[in-house]
Design a protein. Structure first.
Ligand code: C2E
Ligand code: MG
Ligand code: MG
Ligand code: MG
Length: 276
């Protein structure tokens, strides 16, 4: 009795494992196909200067437009792409498309906004990353000074030594570097000081509680003070209310991004609203 029950449990376990593996496999092959069929799209979220309230930059954020499932957010497929290595062609597509889009806007008369693109850990580990990006910039004609790459603290920590060489090589091309989701990792001041970076992006989890949550407000203010001491620019992400924006502005934050100003928009809508 106990033995057969054990066997049933075992069978149940392997069946559910198989189901999970199949679901994952189909997601993977669907994503692979989506990449080939160009079913990925970029949305663009404005980055706003705190003092002038003008749009000075834009972050490209990928979405998957599945014919059946609709618009799938990146949190649902970037981790899988990262695990399977698909992130390399996917990331290359994002970079090329975003650079091409910004260059097209500029050629059509838009002001020279900066373009922020997210880089995953796997992409950052590629030894020829800087060369590839340099080539892409040449192809599109986008000035390297307008490109900004976003890396998380954990990505930076994972690739300590060779990562530094990649950062230097990107910097040498004229590209700006920022740390995304700042405050959620474990970067020490000593570590930060050595990195050739230009900007910190305060993670939205700290912005959310401002101004009522004293801890969140204190952490955000501390990050801003730290950035200023290190001569880094600082942008707050996930700003949804005027109270949050006003607090951050008073604390000395340079720029913000968030639903208060605008959600990420499809390219055409972004151009219509912000590039005239
Ligand atoms: P992230 O780079 O930290 O991007 C910020 C996320 O916050 C975006 O989610 C954005 O839509 C969302 N957001 C913006 N303003 C607000 C706000 O006021 N309130 C709230 N609650 N959220 C706001 P999204 O587009 O779903 O992207 C999620 C994450 O997926 C990104 O976080 C980034 O880590 C990753 N991701 C997106 N596109 C790419 C990409 O092209 N390549 C890679 N490697 N990762 C990407
Ligand atoms: Mg980002
Ligand atoms: Mg972020
Ligand atoms: Mg994030």
């Amino acid at each position: 009795q106990a033995k057969s029950q054990g066997r049933n449990t075992y069978r149940y376990y392997t069946e559910s494992l198989t189901r999970a593996a199949n679901a994952r496999l189909s997601l993977e092959s669907r994503l692979r196909r989506a990449l080939e069929r160009e079913e990925l799209v970029l949305h663009y979220q404005p980055q706003v200067d705190m003092r002038t309230s003008r749009v000075t930059g834009v972050e490209a954020l990928v979405r998957w437009e599945d014919p059946d499932a609709g618009l799938i957010p990146p949190d649902r497929f970037i981790p899988l792409a990262e695990e399977t290595g698909l992130i390399i062609p996917l990331g290359a597509w994002v970079l090329a498309s975003a650079c091409r889009q910004l260059q097209a806007w500029i050629e059509a008369g838009a002001p020279p906004l900066t373009l922020a693109v997210n880089l995953s850990s796997h992409q950052f580990a590629q030894p020829d990353l800087a060369m590839h990006i340099g080539h892409e910039l040449q192809l599109t004609g986008l000035p390297p000074e307008l490109l900004e790459l976003e890396l998380t603290e954990s990505t930076l920590m994972q690739h300590d030594r060779r990562g530094m060489e990649t950062l230097e090589a990107l910097r040498a091309l004229g590209i700006a570097l920022s740390i995304d989701d700042f405050g959620t990792g474990y970067s020490s001041l000593a570590y930060l000081k050595q990195l050739p970076i230009d900007k910190l992006k305060i993670d939205k989890s700290f912005v959310q509680g401002i101004p009522e949550d004293r801890n969140d407000a204190e952490i955000a203010a501390t990050i801003i003070a730290m950035a200023r001491n290190l001569n880094l620019r600082v942008l707050a992400e996930g700003v949804e209310t005027e109270a949050q924006r006003d607090f951050l502005r008073r604390a000395g934050c340079d720029a913000y991004q968030g639903y208060l100003f605008s959600r990420p928009l499809p390219g055409a809508a972004f151009a219509r609203q912000y590039l005239r």
